[in-house]
Write a protein that binds this ligand. Structure first.
Ligand code: NAD
Ligand code: DAU
Length: 356
């Protein structure tokens, strides 16, 4: 079957893996990658598929309603997979309004563009909204987030994502728009921008710079290899139930400090360092305000209903990820020049978080 799908945020971390999967797996589909190319968007991430005939790129901001209407009228997509977002919690603390604009208003703009072009003919149409487990808030020492867990966001980032989820469901309930939402745990893998824990620490180990662990380092996250998230999105897009929510996670919880120590050990082995070299870089610094203690996803529904399960263990995925960064130092150099330096100084420099 021929389909035309607009994927937003396809030059970013997860979006680039989703675009690649769809372009390669479905030569009969027309894939339009819609991305504004913010600091987090990088066409280098998808260089290998830019020449494919079923791939098109449009540099478009989801805040530009006229440009969205033009693009939807030109391509008449029957599917939208929406990943474009401001995605970093620390940046949302520095600059919350940017998150309201892109994540909330940008999402509503896309819903309006889809609603207009579909004009009540919803057969074969789908608006897929990619969201996060952070909308559910924080867990104590036990328990999991299920699809029924009440929303309780704490950061401006998660509040903006929760708001966008509510708008997507409201368009389903009010206008009948066919939708699915997935809420995924922490991703890691190739092309991850080095502002997030794993790629930041890989880069800092390469540079022999301090590894800034927030607070007591005992915060817990559930990590999933990015290609497994992309595979889940593919399954949900094709087989998910209209109006439903799917949680995606790795059943793979790590306390930050344990993860950092594993990363240091693997990096020492790969760099030929003496055991313990990278661990000496660990530096505890002042905590992130509103820091959620623990996330853990119950991924039973997607496993039972759609047969999805992660394909790699954390150790395998982390090893593949480190290898990718070591083989792509040019990519790392390019994304850490320029504006990244100002951000890094603001977050971690003299005026950033204090040491504890
Ligand atoms: P990212 O920051 O790496 O990429 C975001 C992309 O969106 C970039 O290419 C950027 O250029 C684009 N973008 C930003 N603002 C835009 C705008 N106004 N118009 C058009 N494009 C714009 O993000 P990511 O980590 O790949 O996350 C992708 C999606 O998945 C987000 O919606 C995020 O909330 C969600 N998510 C992320 C994770 C994770 O661990 N990274 C986990 C669960 C869910
Ligand atoms: O859970 C899904 C979410 O995971 C996504 O929705 C977000 O887009 C994504 O950024 C991620 O959010 P986190 O805040 O969990 O990821 P981050 O990599 O920023 O931080 C992971 C943990 O590591 C968190 O407890 C904070 C801590 N941390 C992070 C950084 C950047 C540190 O201790 N030091 C750091 O320098």
């Amino acid at each position: 079957m021929n389909r035309t799908i607009i994927i937003t945020g396809g030059a970013g971390f997860i979006g680039s893996h989703v675009v690649r999967l769809f372009v390669n797996k479905y030569p009969d589909y027309k894939i339009i990658n819609l991305d504004a190319l913010t600091y987090a968007g990088n066409l280098e991430n998808i260089k290998d598929i830019e020449g494919k005939s079923n791939y098109h790129f449009s540099k478009t901001d989801i805040l530009d309603t006229a440009a969205l209407e033009r693009l939807f009228a030109e391509h008449k997509p029957d599917g939208v997979i929406h990943l474009a977002a401001e995605s970093h919690v620390d940046r949302s603390i520095l600059s919350p309004l940017d998150f309201v604009y892109t994540n909330v208003i940008g999402t509503v703009n896309l819903l309006n563009a889809a609603k207009k072009i579909w004009n009540n003919d919803f057969t074969g149409k789908l608006f897929y909204h990619v969201s996060t487990d952070e909308v559910y808030g924080a867990l104590g020492d036990t328990g999991f987030f299920t699809e029924e867990t009440k929303y309780d966001p704490h950061s401006p980032y998660s509040a903006s994502k929760a708001s966008s989820d509510h708008f997507v469901r409201a368009y389903h309930d009010t206008y009948g728009l066919p939708i699915v939402i997935s809420n995924c745990s922490n991703n890691y893998g190739p092309n991850h921008f080095p502002e997030k824990l794993i790629p930041l620490f890989i880069n800092n180990i390469i540079q022999k710079k301090p590894l800034p662990v927030y607070g007591d380092g005992l915060y817990t996250r559930d990590w999933l290899f990015v290609k497994d998230h992309a595979a889940a999105i593919n399954l949900i897009f094709h087989n998910g139930k209209n109006g439903d929510t799917y949680n995606i996670g790795g059943f793979n919880e790590w306390k930050n400090i344990d993860l950092v120590k594993l990363l240091c050990k693997l990096m020492d082995e790969k760099l030929g360092n003496a055991t313990g070299t990278s661990e000496q870089l660990i530096t505890y610094i002042k905590d992130r305000p509103g820091h959620d203690r623990r996330y853990a996803i119950d991924a039973t529904k997607i496993n039972k209903e759609l047969g999805w399960t992660p394909s790699v263990t954390f150790e395998e995925g982390l090893s593949l990820t480190i290898d990718w960064y070591l083989q792509n130092e040019e990519w790392l150099k390019n994304v850490t020049s320029g504006a990244y330096k100002n951000y890094y100084e603001r977050m971690y420099g003299e005026e950033g978080r204090e040491k504890v």
